[in-house]
Design a protein around this ligand. Structure first.
Ligand code: B12
Length: 198
């Protein structure tokens, strides 16, 4: 974690674009860890180390990413759905939204539907981003979309979904307003929502 932090600080000191650092170095590195895990070249302890390294690097790269934005352009709530503890992708989505100028409230991981509902009731929110990495938690995503719809019958709050097992088809099935394959698409979706395109 410390090494990742130091290397990230060095890269930023050398004027490497923070977005390029995330997109071209950090995300592909995590993808590579996923590939190794899939073919039993890496195991849970290595994954945890990689996740901690990613977290440390994100703590360094997050503020400059956010600075790249200006006045808040909109409000977003993000969280990983109930039963799911994966937060790297969700954190990336949150940081990228901040980078795009959104004010982001991160509810964390293992977030029950009622906590998302409480967050959208508390203050006006343009968009909610739900993340799920386990096939077993996809149903919690469905329940969360339903709960938000019931709490917001006028459809003011738009819901976007993402995470490795999520597809456009699944997003349509559960009635989400949008699906993004990565954090870059999450930003594009959020902008589209603000522009009234969804
Ligand atoms: C790192 C990791 C872990 C870490 C998580 C650390 C952390 N703090 O997040 C640890 C070791 C804790 C872990 C635990 C487990 N894991 Co795990 N894990 C992974 C791994 C290797 C990488 C996930 C990751 O961080 N990817 C990098 C990020 C950047 O990508 P991402 O999350 O997909 O996010 C991107 C997009 O999906 C998208 N996105 C994500 N969220 C959102 C939201 C919105 C709104 C939008 C638009 C886009 C979006 O944008 C992101 C950025 O580009 C994956 C394998 C893989 N290839 O995905 C397995 C994986 C997800 N894990 C898996 C499993 C089984 C588990 C465990 C059950 C293992 C166990 N037996 O204990 C536990 C579950 C714990 C729980 N209850 O959640 C399986 C899931 C299988 C399945 N079909 O459900 C996978 C696929 C591995 C495998 N091939 O078996 N895991």
């Amino acid at each position: 974690m410390d090494l990742a932090r130091t290397l990230t600080e060095q890269a930023l000191a050398e004027d490497v674009d923070p977005l390029a650092l995330v997109d071209e170095q950090m995300v592909p590195a995590m993808d590579e860890m996923g590939r190794r895990f899939d073919c039993s070249e890496a195991f849970v302890p290595e994954l945890l180390l990689a996740a901690r390294a990613m977290k440390g690097a994100m703590e360094v790269v997050g503020p400059p990413l956010a600075e790249a934005g200006r006045e808040p352009v909109g409000r977003a709530v993000v969280g990983t759905v109930q039963g799911d503890l994966h937060d790297i992708g969700k954190n990336l989505v949150g940081s990228m939204l901040e980078g795009a100028g959104f004010e982001v409230r991160d509810l964390g991981v293992n977030v029950p539907p009622e906590q998302f509902v409480a967050a959208v009731k508390k203050e006006p929110v343009h968009i909610v981003g739900l993340s799920a990495l386990l096939t077993t938690t996809m149903m919690a995503m469905k329940a969360t979309v339903q709960a938000i719809r019931e709490a917001d019958p006028g459809g003011e709050v738009k819901v976007m979904v993402g995470g490795a097992p999520i597809t456009q088809k699944f997003a349509d099935q559960i009635g989400a307003d949008g699906y993004g394959v990565n954090a870059v698409e999450a930003v594009a979706l959020a902008r589209e929502v603000l522009a009234g395109g969804r």
